[in-house]
Design a protein around this ligand. Structure first.
Ligand code: GLC
Length: 407
């Protein structure tokens, strides 16, 4: 890769690194996000696997430090002294962490580190937290054992104000970002009353079986199986593979659209109301090998390459351009994010769509060159928005130098 870009990435990853109580982690953006976040840390570990494997391991180690006794890994950790005291914090009913989770990328990140630099001792420290976390998701977030994990809050998807959660929040497609935030905070207040004991209360408010979260879980159960295999735990490996298979089958039978070949939609509520709107989430199943080759080809041709939907000058918009909710400046309601591009690129590469993957890699790099390491970008003009010195742009390093994760 381009030397100047590689140097910028190394510099940013170092600049955002912090230490607290002997633990090492990276802030997504010192000004806007001065704490540790779950899936961000997994991205950081993936990026750091190319730069500094020891720090990559430390990042995952600190992430598992506050795992709950029921196995949940919180999506935010408020380490000491990484933000000013006046920096706004949400009341999650806990002092050090939030009370919800985020997409389960831990096993994937740990497996990638091991592929770059084999280290069974490291895997031994990770397998317990990974196993407990996955069992938490399958037990607590799928109380009726339908093999689809549910989210209790939009922020658990990592796509806070995505229109996929409008139905659950009873909000219209055109909306005000502050109003959306108010509704999300209201939901937190409700759950706080129940101390976030969500297991038997999921159907009360927000029960979204989300496509990316479940696809990511499938991929991570597969990584768990690989890790368990290396460590000689064949029972656990078989269990993880079986669970991944169950979710794949449930996604195919419940989420796959009957008319639009290869398209999957998230569902809402106990009766699986289909959330029929096109966001980048329709490409997430590619990341976990859930579609057939033919379905994948249709998906790419009809939607990714469609200029009315996802083929924009700076792809891939997080919401299709022709959706009523599309807003090119709307946070997760339209702008291009490098992490969603990363998932799409990985999926395309695994199905052999090299040219299509390379196009998105090229556009991602162009965005960084044009607007810097911003949080999101206008998919039409490439203008950068939100946080500065945001680490997710560094994922282009892993797009350009993919690690073979198959073995
Ligand atoms: C925003 C994003 C979320 C991310 C967090 C920290 O809330 O929506 O996905 O984890 O910022 O970067």
């Amino acid at each position: 890769m381009d030397k100047a870009l590689a140097e910028q990435i190394q510099k940013l990853m170092l600049q955002n690194r912090r230490q607290s109580r002997g633990f090492i982690f990276t802030l997504p953006s010192p000004d806007s996000y001065p704490f540790q976040w779950f899936w961000d840390s997994c991205f950081h570990a993936i990026i750091l696997s190319h730069i500094d494997v020891t720090t990559a391991k430390a990042e995952l180690f600190s992430l598992t430090r506050f795992q709950f006794s029921n196995g949940m890994i919180p999506h935010m950790i408020y380490w000491q002294h990484t933000a000013g005291e006046s920096f706004p914090r949400i009341n999650w009913g806990r002092r050090r962490t939030s009370s919800i989770t985020q997409p389960p990328m831990l096993a994937y990140a740990a497996w990638q580190i091991h592929q770059v630099s084999p280290d069974e001792e490291f895997l031994k420290t990770m397998i317990g937290p990974i196993d407990r976390f996955h069992r938490y998701l399958l037990d607590y977030r799928d109380p009726r054992r339908n093999h689809l994990v549910g989210l209790v809050h939009p922020d658990e998807s990592g796509e806070d104000n995505s229109p996929r959660f409008d139905a659950a929040l009873t909000m219209p497609p055109k909306q005000n970002i502050d109003e959306n935030f108010r509704r999300r905070k209201e939901l937190i207040t409700r759950f706080r009353r129940y101390h976030f004991a969500v297991k038997n209360r999921m159907d009360m408010r927000h029960w979204v079986r989300d496509v990316p979260f479940n696809a990511i879980l499938v991929r991570n159960l597969d990584a768990q199986a690989k890790i368990a295999q290396v460590l000689g735990d064949h029972v656990q490996a078989r269990w993880a593979r079986g669970q991944a298979d169950n979710i794949k089958k449930a996604m195919r039978s419940i989420l796959l659209d009957r008319e639009d070949e290869g398209v999957m939609y998230s569902t809402f509520g106990r009766d699986y109301q289909s959330i029929k709107l096109k966001t980048w989430a329709i490409f997430a199943p590619l990341f976990a090998d859930i579609l057939t080759k033919q379905e994948a080809a249709k998906l790419v041709q009809n939607h990714l390459e469609n200029t009315k939907e996802f083929a924009s000058p700076y792809s891939v918009p997080t919401v299709a351009i022709n959706e009523p909710s599309f807003n090119p400046k709307g946070f997760w309601r339209g702008p291009t994010w490098i992490a969603s591009n990363w998932f799409i690129v990985k999926g395309l590469q695994s199905y052999g769509f090299e040219a299509e993957a390379n196009k998105i890699i090229g556009q991602s790099i162009q965005l960084l060159k044009k607007s810097g390491f911003r949080e999101q970008f206008n998919p039409m003009t490439g203008e950068g928005y939100g946080a500065h010195d945001f680490t997710w742009g560094c994922l282009v390093m892993d797009m350009l130098q993919p690690v073979d994760l198959k073995s």
